[in-house]
Design a binder for this molecule. Structure first.
Ligand code: GLU
Length: 489
């Protein structure tokens, strides 16, 4: 049975790169009828951010990635938190020492710093020089009574270590370039290398799916497996995610916390779809993919080794797609929630539901991110149009006099539409009649009306907006704009 895991370190909010790893590991388990395990790798106690545990759960839940075993749900291999499993790592380290495959290292931090400085000065590659490798076992045991020590693993010095990566094929590492790494720290905590090998074995993990940044650790893990007499997991190192500038994804190019995307109004369906296609594809053409499709069709064999590019425009496009897929009811609820939260406190609460209900279908056609909702509905509230720069009005018209002319004609035409006849169709007919009155095409003068009515040359469609505002407010806004245009003349 396939068992995969997501093994984040709770050192901060999971970023999109971490979450892409979780998606692939989850999908690999689901698509092969296997199990997905969540494990917290908290061995670096100095870097812990306790709140990040909840953020990890929230991130996975938001995307609908469910786990079969984990710190919160337990399971047959509990505990699923590394700091609660210390005896297991210590046992493995002791066995390695007893079998001569690891040794106690008594080098102090000062000595190691000096060694590194020397290596840097001599332009040698950094790495432990092996000083404690040859301490006789009896002496080592005696010194351990009174001196702090780490446990270093004896890496082979000759030959090669070959990783058969599911994504990259055979990757060859020269053993001469490896050094004896610390497996157990002096505080009794394991390093990542020892912990990952012990836990993946103890938890029956079949596939270690992780980011490319870990590939250089693979020879350490493979040699540890061999030394401990355990069969290694299969490995899949996922391609890097690059920004649009083809540099490593940075905070500026999109590598922020997953939950920031939620807070900016991306839908989980869009985010999952988007991240799933960073380095993997179903075939040559499929762009749209549901969680269910991913969970049935994912194969690690279709992950490509070359880097994936994070294209925020594509994410917006996908989000717009999923926005338009929502049922009218669900969409209205979303609009209400985002408007309640995002409109300024000056707009009376609860918000006028009729306005939101009328605006919702218009927004569903136009919004890419939910964060755009408040600004798009704001002009439909309040008596006056939102603040705008009068220059917007007059420049669009080609001068103050021209703006006054357009607005006068519009006021005259719309004033003829009675209160009881004020529908979208009626206001459209009235505005279109201005083409004849003004001798201009609609597109020439429509921006003036947009600015007058909504305070901006774009927004919800003009005729709908006029209808939603109602006769009194629409005419008031046109008159106020006319006064401003005239004042500028
Ligand atoms: N704790 C590692 C991380 O934070 C996990 C690496 C792995 O999946 O083996 O990325």
């Amino acid at each position: 049975m396939v068992r995969t895991r997501f093994a984040p370190s709770p050192t901060g909010d999971p970023h999109v790169g971490n979450v892409r790893t979780a998606i692939f590991a989850w999908a690999q388990a689901r698509a092969s009828g296997g199990q997905f395990i969540l494990r917290l790798e908290d061995t670096d106690q100095n870097r812990l951010v306790p709140e990040s545990v909840e953020r990890i759960y929230d991130s996975l839940r938001w995307l609908g990635l469910d786990w079969d075993e984990g710190p919160d749900v337990g399971g047959p291999h509990a505990p699923y938190v590394q700091s609660e499993r210390l005896p297991l790592y210590q046992e493995a380290a002791s066995r390695l020492i007893a079998e001569g495959k690891a040794y106690r290292c008594f080098c102090t931090a000062e000595r190691l710093d000096a060694m590194r400085a020397q290596q840097a000065a001599a332009k040698q590659p950094p790495g432990y020089d092996g000083r404690c490798r040859t301490i006789p076992p009896a002496e080592s045991a005696a010194r351990a009574m009174s001196e702090p020590f780490t446990v270093r693993f004896k890496m082979k010095r000759e030959g090669q270590t070959v990783l058969h990566d599911l994504v990259r094929g055979a990757v060859v590492f020269e053993n001469a370039l490896q050094d004896d790494f610390v497996a157990l720290k002096s505080d009794g905590f394991p390093t990542y290398h020892l912990a990952v090998v012990v836990d993946d074995t103890a938890m029956g993990i079949t596939h270690a799916i992780r980011g490319e940044e870990w590939i250089s650790s693979a020879p350490k893990h493979l040699q540890l497996y061999e030394a401990l007499g355990w069969a290694p997991t299969a490995f899949a190192h996922l391609p890097l995610i690059l920004g649009p500038d083809h540099k490593k994804l940075s905070k500026r190019s999109g590598d922020t916390a997953l939950l920031d995307y939620r807070d900016r109004g991306y839908l989980p369906e869009a985010m999952l779809n988007f991240l799933a296609l960073l380095g993997w594809s179903l075939d040559e053409k499929t762009n749209l993919l549901s969680r269910e499709e991913l969970a049935s069709a994912f194969t690690i064999e279709r992950v490509v080794p070359n880097p994936a590019v994070f294209d925020a425009g594509r994410l917006d496009w996908l989000n717009g797609h999923y926005v338009r897929q929502m049922s009218p009811e669900a969409w209205l609820e979303t609009v209400v929630a985002w408007a309640e939260r995002g409109l300024p406190p000056s707009v009376p609460r609860p918000l006028d539901h009729a306005v939101l209900a009328a605006a919702a279908p218009l927004l569903q056609e136009r919004v890419a991110r939910l964060e755009e909702i408040p600004a798009m509905v704001a002009p439909l509230f309040g008596f006056q149009a939102p603040e705008f720069d009068a220059a917007l009005l007059t420049e669009r018209a080609g001068g103050p006099a021209a703006a006054v002319r357009v607005l006068d004609a519009a006021i005259l035409a719309l004033d003829r539409v009675g209160e009881g006849d004020w529908t979208r169709e009626a206001v459209e007919a009235a505005v279109r009649s201005l083409e004849e009155t003004l001798g201009q095409k609609l597109r020439k003068f429509v921006a003036v009306l947009y600015v007058a009515v909504l305070g901006s040359p774009q927004g919800t469609p003009l005729f709908d907006s006029l209808a939603i505002l109602g006769r009194e407010r629409a005419l008031e806004r046109l008159r106020a704009a006319r006064a401003r245009a005239e004042h500028r003349g």
